[in-house]
Ligand binder design. Structure first.
Ligand code: CTP
Ligand code: MG
Length: 405
């Protein structure tokens, strides 16, 4: 099909019913809101978004013009509106008549009461329409079928083999279905419940295409309620912005005389030691700052002032655990922590696993969520001259609640 030919697919959306079975107290079902939008604007919207659809005719009840204008607002300008008739069959015929002038090659006929029609179902249906072939989306019946007698007793079990539940949009070559509808009208045959039945009646073969279980017709009040709940749940999950926060930290300590260093919670023999008020574990200090940053809770000096003698020689895991307790008090879950140690020596590789284990224990998270890396400073600067060690850390914490848009 060329682009111009593709565009020659029109849609008739029938919406002139009263929705008696869904209850009329809140107005006709096709104008009720599901997930914040009128049913009919969802049904029309699905076709408006489809690139092959060139024209849309909405067949509505003569009393519903104001409701329709309100429901479809901006969409309305692209849609031709026609008054419907007393039965669905009448409404379809009137919709088809409105297309005679433009005479599209193919026409889809769709119930406004099916708002869950999706693009691929529309594609499949259009694809299966032939010059003298109709297309019917349908789903195989899966329940066991019984015939009930008027006495309320089952008279037989009906084989479901080869049985399908018909859906819309149903697709047709335009002129043949137009003629079939006119023929039925003139013959006074007004009991067809769908358009494929009219095609069958006039000998147009109807090809089955795969329907969609989601493409339900809203018939009863409970269908509308369920549609609403489903869309609200979908919206709730798609419109959430989880409160994910990332913090970073940086620290440096210089060397002094000694024979070990504490790095990332592990004591390592070395030719020097790091100087500091506490055990000078530069990796854990950077990590503490990263965690505090996710709360906007200042830095390590705010919580553990170097001037306070009680932190003299303290193990730095106390600082990390304090930051973790603040995170947890706010309901936070630590997603990961990443620390880079920057030094020429000692070599970190042999201790990496022990460091990862120590940190995962301090944070109470899986070791797979902890990363400890090391790099030299290419002999540059104070680190290159082995005057000290630096560390940078990043932590990501997920807090309860959402980030407002
Ligand atoms: N329809 C129509 N013209 C009619 C009757 C029905 O255009 N005279 C449309 C409905 O608006 C609906 C579709 O045909 O989109 C399928 O019909 P149905 O689900 O039966 O809707 P209603 O007829 O409105 O509902 P009820 O039968 O419960 O009154
Ligand atoms: Mg009806």
């Amino acid at each position: 099909m060329t682009k111009a030919e593709e565009r020659r697919v029109a849609v008739v959306i029938v919406a002139a019913g009263r929705g008696e079975r869904a209850g009329v107290a809140d107005g006709p079902k096709q104008y009720r809101l599901v997930g914040g939008k009128p049913v009919i604007s969802r049904s029309i919207g699905a076709f408006l978004r489809h690139p092959a659809i060139g024209q849309i005719v909405a067949v509505i009840h003569p009393d519903d013009h104001a409701l329709f204008a309100e429901a479809v607002k901006t969409l309305a300008s692209k849609v031709t509106v026609v008054d419907g008739g007393a039965t669905r069959q009448d409404s379809v015929r009137l919709g088809l008549q409105a297309l005679r002038e433009t005479a599209p090659a193919k026409v889809l006929i769709h119930d406004a009461a099916r708002p869950f029609v999706d693009i691929s179902l529309i594609d499949r249906t259009i694809e299966a329409i032939g010059e003298r072939q109709a297309a019917l989306p349908a789903v195989a019946v899966s329940d066991t079928l019984k015939r009930g007698g008027s006495d309320g007793i089952v008279s037989e079990t009906v084989s479901r083999s080869g049985l399908f539940a018909a859906q819309t949009p149903q697709g047709f070559p335009f002129w043949p279905i137009h003629a079939a509808h006119l023929k039925a009208h003139h013959a006074g045959k007004m009991d067809f419940t769908d358009d494929a039945a009219i095609a069958e009646w006039t000998g147009i073969p109807v090809k089955l295409v795969e329907g969609s279980p989601d493409n339900i017709k809203l018939t009863w009040a409970r269908d509308i309620e369920m549609a609403h709940q489903r869309l609200s749940a979908e919206q709730a999950s798609t419109l959430r912005f989880p409160d994910v926060r990332t913090g970073n930290g940086y620290d440096v300590h210089c060397f002094e005389e000694g024979d070990y260093v504490w790095l990332c919670g592990v004591k390592i023999s070395h030719t020097k030691k790091l100087s500091g008020h506490s055990d000078a574990d530069v990796g854990l200090h950077a990590l503490t700052d990263a965690l505090l940053a996710t709360r906007g809770a200042g830095d390590i000096g705010t919580h553990f002032p170097p001037s306070d003698p009680q932190w003299k020689g303290a193990r730095s895991r106390i600082f990390v655990e304090h930051a973790v307790s603040l995170v947890r008090a706010a309901g936070g879950r630590i997603a990961n922590a990443d620390i880079t140690l920057i030094c020429e020596a000692p070599r970190i590789g042999p201790h990496r696993e022990a460091m990862t284990a120590a940190i995962s224990e301090m944070l109470s998270i899986d070791p797979g969520r902890v990363s400890v890396k090391a790099t030299t400073n290419e002999r540059l600067g104070f680190i290159g001259r082995e005057e000290g060690i630096a560390a940078i850390a990043t932590a990501t914490v997920i807090y309860p609640g959402e980030v407002s848009a």
